[in-house]
Design a protein around this ligand. Structure first.
Ligand code: PGA
Length: 256
């Protein structure tokens, strides 16, 4: 973390977990635990059907609510999809874009990610843009090229005045839900590479203001070490964000 230049952001990504009643219970349990948090922003990205409940439950706290995806078209014949305007009216502040599970199972590409990022920014949301290499790409030592390409295409035509609202989440696919975490040095190396790529695109000032999270089996035990690295500005947390105590412990590690 480097709070002199950028915000620390801890975001939960619930994926396809939690019903509305479970959402209410979880947030009500979390709220008192995080009352005194000062130094990090807290976000919960939840399934569409939980958003209204989550926004209501989080009222009066510093927890912001986000979506896990959205469509780039404003409306129309896209059965099963949800638009930015719909989400805006529900009160979200963040939206996860291009998670590797969406790329892998739902055909998302760097190009659709770019369209969604632009619509999210136009709608006043902060997009959390996920990038990261596969195990094979890591073993072939092409992770740098892979994440640079993902970042460049995701941010195509995003102007410098908007890019500071973008959060990048570095999520190595081999670390997601596997219990295998990148070492703190590995995570920092990739986050620093992403920042260098941002510097090339937007200049040093903008690049140092952008929050870059790590995600992939981040938990109460390893969070402090990951967050101690200068280019790791927060986390995108899957499994551990479903339990109030675990999520709180990660938030505390970021609040130091
Ligand atoms: P995990 O998921 O923390 O369960 O590994 C992270 C993510 O996919 O965002």
């Amino acid at each position: 973390m480097n709070r002199r230049y950028r915000k620390t952001i801890i975001a939960g990504n619930w994926k396809m977990n939690m019903t509305p009643s479970q959402t209410k219970a979880m947030i009500e349990e979390l709220k008192p635990l995080v009352k005194e948090v000062k130094w990090c922003e807290m976000v919960l990205c939840v399934p569409f059907v939980d958003i209204t409940t989550a926004v209501k439950a989080a009222k009066g706290s510093k927890i912001a609510i986000g979506a896990e995806n959205m469509h780039f078209e404003p409306k129309g014949a896209y059965t099963g999809e949800v638009s930015a305007d719909m989400l805006k009216e529900c009160g979200i502040k963040y939206v996860v874009i291009g998670h590797s599970e969406r790329r892998q199972y739902f055909g998302e590409t760097d190009e659709t990610v770019n369209k969604k990022v632009k619509v999210a920014l136009e709608s006043g949301f902060r997009p959390i843009v996920c990038v990261g290499e596969s195990l094979d790409e890591r073993e072939q030592d092409v992770w740098s090229e892979v994440v640079r390409k993902q970042v460049k295409i995701a941010l195509k035509d995003v102007p410098v005045e908007d890019v500071k609202k973008v959060v990048i989440a570095y999520e190595p696919i081999w670390a997601i839900g596997t219990g295998k975490t990148a070492t703190a040095d590995q995570a920092n190396e990739v986050c620093a590479t992403i920042r260098e790529c941002l510097r090339g695109l937007y200049g040093a000032r903008a690049a140092r203001a952008i929050t870059i999270q790590y995600g992939g089996s981040m938990n109460a035990k390893n969070a402090a070490e990951l967050l101690s690295k200068p280019d790791v500005d927060g986390g995108l947390i899957g499994g551990a964000s479903l339990k109030p105590n675990d999520f709180h412990a990660i938030i505390e590690a970021a609040n130091q």
